[in-house]
Design a protein. Structure first.
Length: 241
């Protein structure tokens, strides 16, 4: 299913999917239509490609309803979220709701193939319903519906989003500043990871699973995350921690 209120965006994504050999495609034009189509599809739906910013229930609300069982489809339905390069305020909440992939607009066929491949290859275990219920999306939804101009978005220090050209970050005992491409699965964040506009993407003490690392890699063209600070074992401290 492709759910996007922009008709030209749906057209191009549908065309790419058909070129990949799939003709069984359902389209939804807004959030309310998405929920109605989900109810019709039920367990037959393999992937929902879902836009963030839609009227009559935004994509984040739809994702939460899926994960909490309120959308009348399996809670583990695969959800690939379409996002613009400035939708950082939504990313953290989507990750908390175990989104299966991000795809930045404009969509390329190579990126679409990569995300779909990951969706069907990754293993995951859903959290309990109450965990997803506790994810607060109200403020995020208000920001989306309000379409707040980027110039009014508050900026805060980038935390662990460090550029090579910046001054050396503060030292934290027992930690190391590691190139993002070299971060191993299971590493633990020592500082928050924030978007360029300041929105929190991942908090300190988060264990970086393969799924979380994949989500950050998908956002790399937009967030340009060069380095992160992680906790290291004692034997690693002589490597520049």
């Amino acid at each position: 299913m492709i759910a996007d209120d922009e008709s030209f965006s749906r057209f191009f994504v549908v065309r790419m999917i058909k070129e990949l050999g799939c003709d069984d495609i359902v389209e939804a034009v807004d959030g309310a239509d998405t929920l109605a189509q989900l109810k019709r599809c039920g367990e037959d739906l393999s992937v929902l490609i879902l836009d963030f910013n839609m009227p009559h229930q935004n994509g984040l609300t739809v994702l939460k309803m899926i994960r909490t069982g309120a959308a009348e489809v399996p809670r583990d339905t695969n959800v690939l979220m379409l996002t613009g390069s400035s939708d950082f305020v939504l990313v953290g909440a989507a990750m908390a709701l175990d989104v299966d992939a991000f795809l930045i607009k404009p969509v390329s066929e190579a990126a679409l193939v990569d995300r779909l491949t990951k969706i069907f290859a990754e293993s995951r275990e859903l959290k309990t319903t109450d965990v997803y219920e506790s994810v607060d999306i109200e403020l995020v939804s208000q920001r989306v519906l309000g379409a707040k101009p980027p110039s009014q978005t508050p900026r805060v220090p980038l935390g662990s989003t460090i550029r090579a050209s910046e001054a050396p970050p503060r030292e934290i005992p027992g930690t190391a500043r590691v190139a993002f491409d070299e971060v191993a699965v299971g590493a633990i964040l020592a500082e928050n990871v924030r978007a360029p506009t300041g929105e929190l993407l991942l908090g300190a003490a988060t264990v970086l699973s393969e799924r979380l690392l994949n989500r950050l890699r998908e956002l790399q063209p937009a967030i340009k995350l060069d380095y992160v600070r992680i906790y290291v074992k004692d034997e690693g401290r002589d490597r520049g921690s």
